[in-house]
Design a protein around this ligand. Sequence first.
Ligand SMILES: [Cu+2]
Length: 267
Amino acid sequence: MKKLIIALSALAIITSCTKEPADVTPSKTVETKTNFLFKQYYDGVEVLSQDFGSKQYTNAKGTMHTISKLQYLVSNITLHKVDGSEVNLGGYNLINLDMPLSRYYTPMNEIPAGTYSAVSLTFGFNEADNITGEYLDLNAASWAWPMMIGGGYHFMKFEGMFMDNTSNMKGFAFHNGTASKVNSDGSRTAEANHFRVKLWDYEGGFTIEEGDNTTIDINMNLAEWFKNPITWNLDDLHIMLMPNYQAQKMINQNGRSVFSLGQTSKN
Ligand SMILES: [Cu+2]
């Protein structure tokens, strides 16, 4: 019995000596389950692949058109906390409406719990990331941008048919990527043509908590590609846009207003 008491008190000493004060435990970032859903609209109407080739839309110029393809790439999604700090998630996502699951994107980097006021993203790739042949999945998706007009990758392929000014249906291929200028000697100079947008939550921010499964919607209004600030005329500009420097710069300008932050949902 005496032996046991000695043993127990020894144990008590050992445990009390090895117990660490709680306040020196390093604080750990609480990671969450968060993903993005990229949704497409034509003004108020959602655009889904089942609408392709049949549903008719009228652009700002008054031209009727259909849609047969929509693919676009976003990268370096960043979340902005209300305290001003940022979480850059890196990575990229190719959205292809023909593959509805590609609209969902779960970043490789975990999103820490917190309250956020905005999401920003790059449309396409910035110069550092737009490396010819670098990404195997994009190579397999026929997503390369030709070397002779600057290389790297497409940022978007938006295609369909439109009714031209002689009432005939014609195809359009609204493709975007590096802008390439023809020099006086016939050579070309490539110019980065991505843009970055910051999408504010106008309802005062959203909170992501531990244990939540949060989906953040990023909406694209396709009508804006033809509207703001340039009223796009498909009769003039519908094919061969890729080597057309002016057209590439115009697409870039119109793209600044296509995205908005949609709802944040928990499930
Ligand atoms: Cu193209």
